[in-house]
Design a protein around this ligand. Structure first.
Ligand code: ATP
Ligand code: MG
Length: 287
């Protein structure tokens, strides 16, 4: 698959704060790519630069061969964005919001009505389309925002923290929607600080911390780099110490060598959280 998104040496400076530091990254057409990172890592800033909402201090982003600064107008037709905070107009109904977005995209009436009906069915909002946005649940609002972002059939959908504040059911429903969109040909670029979301949804994950990309790969590759098996040992002061091994056999033979005092032991599969903690020295969301 071709690289559809190409980011080179992307940097954003806000006064003394360098929110994004020399980011190099390519995303292929058809991927679901996820940025994982704690608060303040620079995820939103990166997405804002990728979607023309803010200009890079230096470096570049190209999407489908178009530069996000030089070709901003043309590029906008390739992308749809669901921002971190609710971007719907709360004083309008769901349909009115969609009509507004369709107008912004210069989509004429017959095409617009057809597209809205199609998308409403796609995301399962048939019973809510004429309700005020404010009366919808968080999950419904997100799905409505996704519809607005998709109205012009973008090639890439950007989702910034799509499931923050959603209950487990709504979250899974949104995951299903993202997977379905992707199967139907949309490249997806999302951010999250939920490790299980990155693991469940993303073909590849980039871990971001303090404005830098500190790891990149499939969830499986990242786990393999660390070691597929984890041993947890409870230390004298009840602190947990983690040890990583290529496989269960390695973990088991390590445990067998331990003295009797070191008895509280868990052997389990390593996960992305282990990768994150080892790389950053903190739990996701701790920052
Ligand atoms: N408009 C701005 N003006 C000044 N500083 C900013 C601005 N936007 C972001 N920052 C700073 O840049 C850094 C990265 O912020 P950003 O919002 O990109 O992080 P994030 O990874 O999206 O975090 P979160 O998980 O909280 O959404 C932070 O230190 C933040 O305070
Ligand atoms: Mg953010």
């Amino acid at each position: 698959m071709e690289d559809y998104i190409v980011i080179e040496k992307l940097t954003k400076q806000y006064g003394d704060v360098t929110a994004v530091k020399g980011l190099d990254l390519s995303v292929r057409a058809g991927e679901i790519f996820g940025f994982l990172g704690p608060n303040g890592a620079g995820k939103t800033t990166t997405i804002r630069m990728m979607t023309t909402l803010t200009k890079p201090t230096s470096g570049s982003v190209r999407i489908g061969g178009l530069d996000t600064v030089r070709d901003a107008e043309g590029m906008k037709s390739l992308i749809g964005v669901v921002q971190q905070h609710n971007s719907l107009d709360r004083d309008l109904t769901v349909r009115e919001n969609m009509v507004f977005h369709a107008r912004l995209r210069h989509i004429g009436r017959p095409e617009r009505d057809k597209r809205i009906d199609e998308l409403i069915g796609y995301v399962g909002l048939e019973d809510h389309v004429d309700k005020m946005v404010d009366s919808l649940s968080g999950g419904m609002k997100k799905r409505a925002a996704v519809v607005c972002a998709l109205i012009h059939r973008p090639k890439v959908l950007f989702l910034d923290e799509p499931t923050v504040g959603l209950d487990a059911q709504s979250r899974r429903r949104l995951w299903d929607l993202v997977r379905r969109l992707n199967l139907d040909g949309t490249t997806v670029f999302l951010t999250t600080h939920y490790i299980e979301e990155a693991e469940a949804l993303c073909h590849r994950v980039g871990i971001m911390d303090h404005g830098r990309l500190i790891a990149l790969g499939t969830p499986m590759e990242l786990r393999q780099k660390l070691g597929m098996a984890t041993v947890e040992l409870l230390g004298e002061n009840k602190e947990t110490n983690y040890h990583y091994f290529a496989d269960r056999a390695g973990a088991t033979s390590y445990v067998q060598e331990l003295s009797d005092e070191e008895k509280t032991i868990i052997i389990r599969d390593s996960n992305l959280e282990d990768v994150f903690v080892e790389l950053t020295g903190q739990k996701v969301g701790d920052a």
